[in-house]
Design a protein around this ligand. Structure first.
Ligand SMILES: CC(=O)N[C@H]1[C@@H](OP(=O)(O)OP(=O)(O)OC[C@H]2O[C@@H](n3ccc(=O)[nH]c3=O)[C@H](O)[C@@H]2O)O[C@H](CO)[C@@H](O)[C@@H]1O
Ligand SMILES: O=P([O-])([O-])O[C@@H]1[C@@H](O)[C@H](O)[C@@H](O)[C@H](O)[C@@H]1O
Length: 415
């Protein structure tokens, strides 16, 4: 459907930003003229510009970086433009730009549409064929930039916008921005079946929605020890810590297990979204008497190195997931997952097979699940193998890139 807002028409005829300005936007982070993944044997048939927030380096950014790295194998180069630059450009720089070129088009506020003009000029200067957006904010910019530049755009749904955070107003604004922006969208990619059903229920044309499950590299790092029933068990939670991840629930479950005399510790891997939330968690740790059972790691750029130290990865999400990358990353490292039955998580983990699933917000049931593993009632080795096999067979980064490139090819008429 065509978007006919008059403000788009008004902006359409504005002059492009000068080439020098594009250069100054990109030079800081542009890496090489050619993505190093592209060799003479991999003819490039299309160039895609991912419009991303870039503020954090969390799940959506991990998906974007895997796509940037893997898509060239399928004949597509993927570059990025950050409209809320932060951790993503930094991490990309640390990785030598192997994932693609990174441009900046910083928004000064949530409704700053000047970024769309920068994106349009990038499209012209670098001859991109397609835009690919990942958040409601980036959907808004991509939808306008698509109108201005005349190229199609794809939207990647990572989480339900209406239940994405604990901030009711921000959820409502993002949900509305997403709905409005999607009018001109050429195709939706959802990271889980659950999000696909939700998109269709909300009116999306089912011929224009494709599920591309998230995927990760199969790493399986060497482990130096295997946990034994009755011994010490190291659980880990890997996330950008924010209320919807449910850290409180695993702390309460841990306190329960500690009272039963089980030797279980928790490594908290990842940054806190806000200082206020971190203080609340510290207070809870103190109140539950868990100080000597908690190891605080903070943000790491080497998650596999953390996964080998864990006997199980816990993700007690309350709501609002898509298909969490940390679940797949743990499985790739043959680490059983103890998670909650939220959105796409059960699409990757079958309860009792590759991991364990509890209902969200229920520390008693979560403690029960953890107990079955640490007591030996469930065999750790069998579950660890099953987790590894499932990730390798169904949730690889290459499969995700291949499926994404298929969407692009179809849309661009490339067969
Ligand atoms: C708000 C939003 O868009 N949420 C979505 C986001 O994931 P969200 O950011 O909520 O969480 P995920 O578990 O998917 O990803 C976290 C990522 O951060 C990385 N990490 C974490 C801690 C750390 O110290 N270092 C580090 O690198 C992890 O390795 C992982 O790759 O994308 C996911 C994948 O599509 C979706 O399932 C989520 O619903
Ligand atoms: O709402 P907004 O300021 O564009 O952006 C936010 C993003 O920067 C963030 O990465 C995401 O996890 C949040 O839930 C929210 O979407």
């Amino acid at each position: 459907m065509k978007m006919t807002h008059s403000w788009v028409e008004r902006f359409r005829d504005q002059p492009p930003i000068e080439q020098t300005m594009i250069d100054s936007i990109t030079s800081e982070l542009a890496t090489s003229d050619l993505n190093p993944n592209v060799g003479p044997n991999k003819p490039i048939v299309a160039k895609v510009l991912h419009v991303i927030n870039g503020e954090h380096f969390a799940g959506a950014e991990r998906v974007q970086s895997h796509l940037g790295r893997c898509l060239p194998e399928f004949g597509i180069t993927a570059d990025f433009v950050c409209i809320k630059p932060g951790k993503f450009p930094q991490v990309l720089k640390e990785n030598g730009g192997d994932w693609g070129r990174c441009h900046l088009a910083k928004m000064q506020n949530r409704f700053d549409l000047r970024s769309a003009f920068r994106v349009r000029d990038l499209v012209r200067a670098y001859r991109y064929d397609l835009l690919h957006a990942h958040t409601p904010r980036s959907a808004m910019i991509a939808s306008v930039a698509s109108r201005l530049s005349g190229i199609p755009w794809v939207y990647h749904v990572h989480s339900p916008a209406a239940r994405d955070s604990s901030n009711r107003w921000s959820n409502r604004i993002n949900d509305n921005i997403e709905k409005l922006s999607l009018y001109g969208c050429s195709h939706l990619i959802t990271v889980s079946e659950s999000l696909c059903c939700e998109a269709i229920a909300q009116g999306a044309d089912e011929r224009k929605v494709t599920v591309v499950h998230n995927g990760v590299p199969t790493i399986r790092p060497e482990r130096t020890r295997v946990p034994e029933p009755g011994g010490r068990w190291v659980l880990g939670m890997v996330a950008l810590m924010r209320p919807r991840k449910g850290l409180e629930i695993v702390l309460e479950a841990l306190a329960r297990l500690a009272r039963e005399g089980l030797d279980v510790v928790l490594r908290i891997v990842g940054p806190f979204e806000t200082d206020a939330y971190q203080s609340e968690i510290e207070e809870l740790i103190h109140r539950l008497g868990l100080e000597n059972r908690i190891e605080r790691v903070g943000f790491t750029s080497d998650v596999p190195a953390e996964l080998v130290k864990m006997d199980a990865m816990v993700l007690p999400s309350l709501y609002g997931e898509g298909l969490p990358m940390v679940v797949l990353e743990a499985m790739a490292a043959a680490v059983p997952v103890i998670a909650t039955r939220v959105e796409g998580t059960p699409e990757a983990v079958n309860d009792g097979v590759e991991g364990l699933l509890a209902e969200p917000r229920d520390p008693i049931r979560l403690a029960d699940k953890i107990r079955t593993l640490v007591s030996g009632e469930i065999d750790w080795r069998t579950m660890s193998e099953a987790a590894f096999r499932r990730q390798k067979g169904c949730f690889s980064d290459r499969a995700m890139a291949k499926a994404t490139s298929d969407v692009y090819r179809k849309l661009l008429g490339l067969g």
